[in-house]
Design a protein around this ligand. Structure first.
Ligand code: C2O
Ligand code: CU
Length: 476
């Protein structure tokens, strides 16, 4: 068929236009949105809250019959929502019942490097592993996912991911908070299918790995949500492998943003779109009127040339009951203490280019940054050119100081652990590295486009007790 088009240029044009994705108006919205169950836990004598997560294969109905082979935690696709409060000690027993190694990384969590779940600590097939730490950070929508060497993209794509919601005692009155009712997880992922199975090929021939042409929300194709309150809080997570989304409402009504990756914003911020790259979260509130139907969409991102063409999706239909319980959002949400760049002990620059950071790929034996515990650092992060990237630092939540030298927009005004790196732009972020020093174990920072991560677009930092201490990596 390509040959019949005659000539390379025509073939390329045909390919690009033939793979554009626009599902707006074409989604049936005929399945109730699945809500990931809250994971059961037990509280031991010492007060530790203990969870169990089993990574396992299974079969799921993702809209192409009941026999799509998928992976999940404690089920066949995705995992339960873990939930814990600030100050609690938590332990998660992870059981690997897959036929390959995996790890579980607690994305956004402040914890010791030893239990961070990076590629240094694979859990072999058939084995068990326990991560334990004390939650000490603000209420937030975090998540967990595999992070093994070379296999992260495929493991996440098959279904391994889940939310980890943190609570604290600072929640302002008025915020919707009934899980699955007016406080709703919205885990967005794109999928492609070959017949009734997930397509693992790069059929869009892109620079970012696997891309799909259908969306799932919490594993539900074509989902709707019955709404019973005037205010609905959506906890949006981009748990895709590569796609960026730009969420809007179908009738242009505002999305009121209340939270970013690491917690609530200082105050609600009304906007008409929320863009999330891979790994980012946003909490938004949508205002509903009785009896109406309105859709959450993802509009074209302008990244079509990396996404295999136009990229517009219908995401989730909200269906309001005839009678809605009224609510009012608080005016103030959280106190966010600004970190001061003048206090920074260190400034570093990381340029993302090709599959390298500062011209180097991942090396588990190389430490790219030695950070002194209880200091603050400014990291200048640039996207050299070309492909979009998604920048993630383990262990910390950072603040964005600037984008191309200018003050960041309000949607980047809260705590972040992942940041969309637009082609050609420069970002400056600041983070405080508190509490945990361990010269033997590295944390990661990396591109969260999972193909890029698997191809080594990662670096390592080690937190040491005091200035002059040397890292002594102990993983091998
Ligand atoms: Cu969400 Cu290093 O990962
Ligand atoms: Cu990247």
């Amino acid at each position: 068929l390509l040959l019949l088009c005659g000539g390379g240029v025509a073939a390329v044009v045909w390919l690009v236009s033939g793979t554009a994705v626009d599902t707006v108006g074409k989604v049936a919205f005929d399945r109730p949105l699945k809500i990931p169950p809250l994971a059961p836990s037990t509280v031991g004598a010492d007060g530790t809250r203990v969870f169990d997560l089993t990574a396992q294969p299974g079969a799921s109905d993702l809209g192409h019959g009941a026999n799509t082979r998928t992976w999940g935690y404690n089920g066949s696709y995705l995992g339960p929502t873990l939930r814990a409060a600030r100050g609690e000690r938590v332990a998660v027993n992870v059981h690997n019942r897959l036929n390959e190694p995996t790890t579980v990384h607690w994305h956004g969590m402040h914890l010791p490097a030893k239990v961070d779940g990076g590629p240094h600590h694979p859990i072999p097939p058939g084995s068990d592993y326990q991560a334990a730490w004390t939650v000490d950070q603000p209420a937030a929508t975090l998540w967990y996912h595999p992070h093994p060497s070379d296999r992260t993209e495929r493991q996440v794509y098959r279904g391994l991911a889940g939310l980890f919601i943190l609570d604290d005692d600072q929640q302002p009155a008025g915020l919707p908070h009934e899980y699955g009712v007016d406080d709703v997880p919205v885990v967005v992922q794109d999928k492609g299918f070959d017949g009734d199975q997930l397509s693992m090929s790069d059929r869009f021939g892109s620079d970012v790995g696997i891309l799909g042409d259908e969306l799932l929300v919490n594993g539900t194709p074509g989902p709707f949500l019955d709404v019973r309150t005037t205010l609905v809080r959506l906890r949006l997570l981009n748990a895709s492998t590569a796609r960026v989304y730009d969420f809007t409402m179908s009738d242009g009504r505002p999305l009121t943003m209340i939270g970013t990756d690491g917690g609530l914003l200082a105050a609600p911020y009304s906007t008409d779109h929320v863009r999330l790259s891979v790994g980012e979260r946003a909490e938004v509130v949508v205002a509903m009127r009785p009896g109406e139907r309105v859709e959450l969409r993802s509009r074209a991102t302008g990244l079509g040339r990396f996404h295999g063409g136009r990229d517009s999706f219908d995401v989730l239909q909200l269906r309001a009951a005839g009678d809605l319980k009224a609510g009012t959002l608080p005016e103030k949400l959280a106190d966010i203490q600004r970190l001061d760049p003048k206090q920074a002990a260190q400034r570093r620059t990381f340029t993302f280019q090709g599959r390298d950071i500062n011209d180097d790929g991942m090396d588990m034996d190389r430490v790219d940054a030695v950070v002194v515990k209880d200091t603050t650092e400014v990291w200048n992060v640039a996207n050299g050119h070309g492909t979009p990237h998604s920048f993630h630092i383990h262990d910390v939540q950072f603040q964005v100081l600037s984008v191309d030298g200018a003050a960041p927009p309000p949607e980047l005004g809260g705590w972040k652990d992942t940041l969309f790196l637009e082609p050609g732009r420069r970002y400056s972020v600041i983070a405080a590295f508190a509490d945990y020093a361990d010269p033997t174990t590295a944390y990661m920072f990396h591109c969260h486009v999972l193909r890029h991560e698997d191809e080594g677009m990662m670096g390592q930092f080690v937190v040491v007790e005091r200035e002059g201490d040397k890292p002594r990596l102990g993983h091998n």
